[in-house]
Design a protein around this ligand. Structure first.
Ligand code: GLY
Length: 371
């Protein structure tokens, strides 16, 4: 097969490849078979993905003589919960997995995060493979081994670092993705430009529209650039002791917005990140370290793509700055009681700091939610 790009996540004992290209699901068996034992692989998917893509995967596995069983979850973020985890644990244990069994996460970020977490705890750890089918999962959540669930205390507060054995990103799968989901994934692509690659951001300003509208060539280019950027950061800092935190740009604000909307369809993760990145630029401007021109340029690009850039862009939602602040204070990135922020000196020049006072954050939140 042609047109498949291979990237490597270099980690001492658990490095793995990311393959990006068209029709990888139809041809999955050739990539899966070297990694799967004679125990049936357990494919975990959701009702949406199953409808569009499952047959292509299972046909390939049958052709390749790879035994499998399937667990299909209801679609939606609420599966990433204690209840969802418990149900899935029972469903998997019913299938009598062994230590050499493999889980295949076949879907978006919810399926990937939940399956990865399960793989890390079932029988004290079994292999898993990511076959992400959303743009967001292909450029971010399937790579780097962050797994977990949401709790009433916040997003992803329970989880593990647990790397997949392989990531297969089939660009053809994006053809059935609703535009809103594509845009949510696009926000995470923009993040890579904003955190460390101004040229890539400028490329996105030129190419973002046709990319989201359907250009396979542009999508593949952006996915590869994003995966390459993420693989480089993760290879140097798997457990987020340093620069990996840059990947959380916009996420502290974004997660608090998601928590306030109950992790629901009202605000998708990528949409929350879009708003959160603009808020991080605004905070940087407020602190006098970033030019208002850069902040305006970022807001203009995200808005021109159709992404929300202010909390008030979320329909039928009222916001309370104290509640948002409370969620932010419970984020994983709080250290010695101080919140960690990713701020920016300009497009492509982000840095990690805890030098932000609550009063500054309060002022920013008050302005952001004012109608
Ligand atoms: N999504 C942020 C990270 O994987 O570190």
């Amino acid at each position: 097969m042609t047109q498949v790009e291979t990237l490597q996540v270099d980690l001492t004992d658990r490095g793995y490849q990311i393959l990006v290209g068209p029709n990888l699901i139809c041809n999955a068996a050739q990539y899966l078979s070297p990694l799967i034992s004679d125990k049936p692989a357990i494919i975990i998917t959701d009702s949406n993905v199953s409808q569009h893509h499952l047959e292509k995967l299972t046909n390939s596995m049958k052709d390749g003589d790879i035994a499998y069983t399937v667990i299909t979850l209801p679609a939606g973020e609420d599966q990433k919960s204690f209840k969802g985890l418990q149900n899935l644990i029972s469903a998997i244990l019913d299938k009598k997995p062994e230590r050499n069994s493999t889980l295949i996460a076949f879907g978006g970020g919810v399926v990937g995060d939940l399956t990865g977490f399960l793989a890390s705890i079932i029988l004290r750890g079994i292999d898993f493979i990511q076959i992400p089918t959303t743009l967001l999962a292909q450029v971010d959540s399937s790579i780097g081994g962050k797994t977990g669930i949401n709790t009433q205390h916040g997003k992803n507060l329970v989880g593990s670092f647990y790397q997949p054995r392989l990531v297969l990103s089939d660009t053809t799968a994006l053809e059935t993705l609703p535009r809103r989901e594509l845009l949510a994934g696009y926000a995470e692509i923009v993040k890579y430009g904003l955190i460390g690659d101004k040229n890539f951001f400028e490329w996105l300003e030129q190419n973002g529209r046709p990319l989201v509208d359907g250009s396979q060539k542009l999508r593949k280019h952006a996915i590869i650039a994003s995966c390459r950027a993420k693989a480089k950061i993760v290879s140097k800092d798997e457990k987020e002791l340093g620069n990996r935190a840059l990947l959380n740009f916009g996420h502290t604000f974004g997660h608090s917005l998601e928590a306030e909307t109950g992790f629901s369809e009202k605000l998708l993760h990528g949409e929350a990140v879009s708003i959160g990145m603009v808020m991080a630029f605004d905070l940087s401007v407020q602190k006098g370290i970033c030019s208002p021109k850069d902040a305006a340029q970022v807001r203009a690009h995200l808005a021109s793509m159709g992404l929300p850039t202010r909390p008030t862009d979320v329909p039928n939602q009222t916001w309370c700055s104290d509640a948002l602040l409370k969620h932010m204070a419970q984020d994983k990135k709080v250290h010695k009681g101080k919140m960690t922020f990713i701020l920016t000196r300009g497009i492509g020049d982000t840095f990690i700091t805890s030098e932000v006072d609550n009063t500054e954050v309060k002022a920013l939140l008050a302005e952001a939610i004012a109608v």
